[in-house]
Design a binder for this molecule. Sequence first.
Ligand SMILES: *Cc1c(COP(=O)(O)O)cnc(C)c1O
Length: 412
Amino acid sequence: MTTAQQTQRPTSAELDAADPLALQREAFYTPDAGQLTSYLDGNSLGRPLKATSANLPKFVEEAWGSRLIRGWDEMWMDEPTRVGDRIGEVTLGAAPGQVTVGDSTSVMLYKLIRAAVDARPGRDEIIIDRDNFPTDRFIIEGIAAERGATIKWIAANPASGVRGTDLDGLLGERTAVVVLSHVAYRSGFLADAKAITAKVHQAGALMLWDLCHSVGSVPLELDEWNVDLAVGCTYKYLNGGPGSPAFAYVNKARQEELQQPIWGWMGADNPFGMTAAYAPAQGIRRFITGTPPVLAMQPLKDMVELIASVGMEAVRTKSIKLTDYAISLAEELLVPHGVEIVTPRNPAERGSHITVDHPHFADVTARLWERGVIPDFRPPHGLRIGLSPLSTSFAEVELGITAIRDVLLELQ
Ligand SMILES: *Cc1c(COP(=O)(O)O)cnc(C)c1O
């Protein structure tokens, strides 16, 4: 790299100084110096907000401790759909009455995919890509075994992701449902959700988007894109904390024709009627099963409000600047040492993390963690650099990628 090229790129200090969201970083809890120098894994577990440190004890004392069982009547029965509506409004482009919070992502995937297969009698095929996250593939394998369905596997380019044309030859009159990740967990590829959903609908099938890596980092317009079903995590870019519950989106137009397979009293028509037989509730509540994890839903509310205060467009703008910067640093510092960048160069085709490949990255990641530089590793060789837009600084990106280079050189 020539001096001229180097001077063209602003420094991390200049980028931080020019960042309109820089002040938002103050909202996050910061551990004592020495424990953390560069956090590059907000796409796996978001950092807690200071507001959460204050709000959780308040919930224990005021809501739980003081209202006790009365809390269910007063507020908690509707907590899954109240929190769901707010996630929908702020991050999903979803009108009220279509989102509920509860269960893990894996269980929500099971409930919605089973419901979709059952809603398309005569269609016995499920489409998913081979490079999707293991739980998505495993859940579908289980459903296929249970229902006698066949899985049609998309073999997309793992360095990018699934494009509409990858469905050609697979999608047809036997397809019940197509399940894809909006942002690929490994490459960071951002799929064209609107176009793919339209294509799936032309074949008469249902479309389910896994939003684990896009909710809170990429603006979504589920209603406008006419998405049928979606599921997402809240512990990644929604900073809900370890094991915080998933959300499910079910388009209003689909709710009455879908019946989920785990019949529980909380998703029944009259939970306190203690009725003899199950009848599903009307609307989105039918996708609830048992007592919702109200306590575990509290922290994500703080992050959703922080996102609401700046807007998803500003979040996306910073996300693109962060990934652009990370890619240019990786090109300068890592590529000369045999590293391959496997995330799309076009910002319109990527989410908020970049992945770099090198045969030594398992060892490199372990050594980085010891120094408080925290990316994550995804086999076989992928080191993921997750850039949570509201909590990550450009200085952290520079420090982290420089440390990756240094450790790589130590091991060579
Ligand atoms: C993180 C993630 C999950 C996690 O599922 P859990 O049930 O919460 O463990 C599932 N799918 C994708 C695509 C993910 O990125």
